[in-house]
Design a protein around this ligand. Structure first.
Ligand code: GCV
Length: 666
């Protein structure tokens, strides 16, 4: 080949490589810390080259009640001073400084005082020991169980760094559908190896445990929580764990839920089960996070069950038990009202469980920025003690005074180069951490700092892309399940629509159970004349939710079964509104493509093309959702499509034949 052409090609290739970014660096600058460093040395390394920083660590370094994780950033004699009560507080201060440097600069006279709203800010991994991840859409599990404890992947420290940079201080390593093997001595030595890597970053490890472990692993003939031998088995297991991991955080338990074993197998209550485990951990300072995600097929309304099961147990749990409650009463839907347990159990600490992995919001195929969903829940007023009793206040210790306070998010992280599958799904990991630290932050502010740190500080990029992010969750709601519809997903994978799905093994796993469409109308009647779920909320919410003319329209069909020609506030029928919301969702998804194309010259090629391809699929799948739902619902409503709606491009029969390639989605 001609030498000049070869040189030109090499130059072009070099230019291309320089502009390539696989997203593996997340929102962080290059790492200057090294394996084996202690917390304070890491903090120093993180601020190197950013500013002249002096660290002051002393028990009384901060005024007031800032706690061990708090910090202050000020300037004295020309130097930046990070003051904290502990090295971990100093590390959080270092990341704050780093964030400022990457998102607009460090103020000349900083006067920053921070302490987290929640004491425990946790990721829950639904990772299995065989490397698969339940509802994971970013490749296999990060944890290389086969190689541990001898070989430590460099990604473990990167993971710890990324988490510490957003304030996360705990990780539950394994799936809540837990295998007892996790507690075997060989696996515990692997857990210890991970804990040792995470410790300098202030991250504690926790494990999900299988309630039947005494039988399945210990060879006992029962796992009855009131049996002395069972309690002794757990106490010995806790001792064994703490010998290896002295700062082990504790257990998460999914019991008597979706086939998992639990205390009810022995006629005992959830409190009996939780307290027995809590007593094994208490001498070591560990906690039990007992999940409230329970439902059985015989109930008339799945949305009522966690409440009905747990409300009578208020006050019966030991002090080191926290009840872990999903944000909504059903299951991480694109939109749900908040779970009415929040605010209702004054004598029991409750924590919110969010799902960062997008099981019901388009997996890692679709862009759905979740800060609006998280804040919508946290800022919902429960009215437990009058106005202002938000879910956040009911869980962060301010309303009822419980300590420690906690919050958890089901992780969306896997072995993919960019960690989360979709580049924009990194923002959901990021915003969960930021909100766990401070739930008063805005979705806009968090998106702004994430975009600037991750992509570009150019306003011409940040502003349009931020608007796209901020509207993305609502777009997903619109083209999947507007007006309070929920759980009308295809069987199993929860990616596409299947509103006609009715032959599930359990009625509450079918779609028709939730939408109840028929010739008389659509929606789940949860009012006082229906299932009565509205009665679980405090006044005035119960009255508001009970009355279709007062109920927020975005929850209308969650609480009401209404005729197709019911008129909404805009004077149009329910049917027309439904059609127009689906249409609006499709249009929003198409708009995202245009927004992204408009910033092409401001993004590296690799991430640009990757996101562009995902947005194309999102727009296509939004049409699939709209057509499937509306063509199906039309068989019940018998009404014509309104003028403002594009006509379906698919046939219902054609859509009913779609079977997704699940390998691609799991
Ligand atoms: C870990 C939903 C998911 C399950 C998950 C369960 C839970 O039902 O589909 O995969 O199991 O929630 O939160 O326990």
């Amino acid at each position: 080949m001609n030498r000049r052409i070869t040189a030109a090609l090499l130059l072009a290739l070099a230019a291309l490589c320089a502009r390539a970014d696989d997203g593996s660096g997340l929102w962080l600058p290059a790492d200057r810390a090294r394996d084996g460093m202690g917390t304070l040395d890491i903090a120093r390394a993180e601020v190197e080259g950013i500013a002249d920083v002096v660290f002051r660590i002393a028990a009384g370094a901060l005024p007031g009640n800032a706690g061990p994780d708090g910090y202050a950033i000020t300037r004295q004699d020309g130097r930046i001073v990070i003051s904290a009560a502990s090295p971990v507080g100093a590390l959080y201060g270092a990341y704050h400084l780093q964030r400022l440097a990457r998102t607009g600069g460090i103020p000349v006279e900083p006067d920053i005082r921070e302490s987290p709203r929640y004491d425990l800010r946790l990721l829950n991994h639904w990772d299995n020991l065989d490397g698969t991840v339940e509802r994971g859409y970013a490749g296999h599990s990060l944890w290389q169980w086969d190689e541990l404890p001898g070989t430590l992947s460099p990604r473990y420290r990167m993971y710890a760094r990324a988490n510490a940079s957003i304030g996360i201080n705990g990780t539950v390593l394994n799936n809540v559908n837990a295998t007892p093997q996790t507690l075997r001595p060989d696996y515990l030595s692997k857990v210890k190896a991970l804990a040792d890597v995470f410790r300098p970053y202030g991250i504690k490890v926790y494990l999900s445990v299988n309630f039947s472990s005494p039988v399945l692993l210990g060879g006992l003939d029962t796992s009855d929580p009131l049996d002395d031998g069972v309690a002794a088995w757990w106490a010995a297991k806790a001792d064994e764990i703490y010998r290896l991991v002295p700062d082990f955080g504790g257990f998460v338990v999914k019991a008597n839920s979706e086939g998992q074993p639990g205390p009810q197998d022995y006629g005992r209550t959830h409190a009996d089960g939780a307290n027995m485990l809590a007593r094994a951990l208490a001498p070591h300072g560990g906690i039990v996070m007992w999940r409230a995600f329970v439902y059985d097929p015989d109930s008339d309304d799945r949305a009522k069950q966690a409440y009905d099961e747990f409300i009578g147990l208020d006050g019966l749990f030991d002090g080191n038990v926290i009840l872990q409650v999903k944000n909504g009463p059903v299951d991480f839907q694109p939109r749900e009202p908040f779970n009415p347990l929040f605010g209702a159990m004054e004598r029991t600490p409750l924590m919110v469980e969010f799902q960062i992995t997008q099981e019901y919001l388009g997996h890692s195929e679709q862009l759905a920025y979740l800060a609006p969903l998280f804040t919508e829940c946290l800022r919902s007023d429960t009215y437990a003690r009058g106005r202002g009793s938000t879910v956040a206040a009911a869980t962060d210790g301010t309303l009822f005074g419980h300590s420690p306070s906690a919050i958890a998010g089901v992780a969306n992280i896997g072995l993919d180069d960019n960690w989360t599958g979709h580049h924009f799904a990194q923002a959901n990991w990021y915003c969960f951490g930021r909100l766990a630290w401070d739930h008063t932050l805005t979705s806009d502010g968090i998106a702004d700092e994430w975009l600037r740190a991750t992509f570009s500080d150019d306003d011409g990029f940040v502003e349009p892309v931020k608007r796209m992010m901020l509207s993305s969750r609502e777009a997903v709601v619109d083209y999947m399940m507007p007006l309070g519809l929920h759980h009308i997903f295809a069987e199993g994978h929860h990616y596409g629509p299947e509103p006609w799905y009715e032959r599930a093994v359990r009625p509450d796993w079918s779609s028709v159970y939730y939408h109840r469409a028929g010739s008389a109308g659509i929606g789940f009647d949860r009012t006082s004349s229906g299932s009565g779920a509205t009665g679980h909320y405090f006044s005035p919410l119960r009255e508001i939710y009970d009355d279709p003319s007062l109920c927020p329209e975005n929850l209308l069909l969650w609480f009401h079964h209404l005729p197709w020609d019911y008129r909404l506030a805009n004077g149009l029928t329910l049917w027309d509104n439904l059609c127009l919301r689906y249409q609006a969702g499709v249009e929003a998804a198409r708009e995202f493509q245009k927004v992204w194309d408009s910033v092409e010259d401001k993004v590296d090629r690799q991430r640009f093309l990757h996101v562009q391809e995902r947005l194309r699929r999102q727009a296509r799948d939004a049409v699939w959702w709209r057509d499937a739902c509306l063509l199906y619902f039309q068989t019940h409503s018998g009404m014509p499509f309104p003028p403002g709606m594009e006509r379906p491009v698919y046939d219902l029969d054609e859509l009913k034949r779609i079977r997704l390639d699940l390998k691609h989605h799991n």
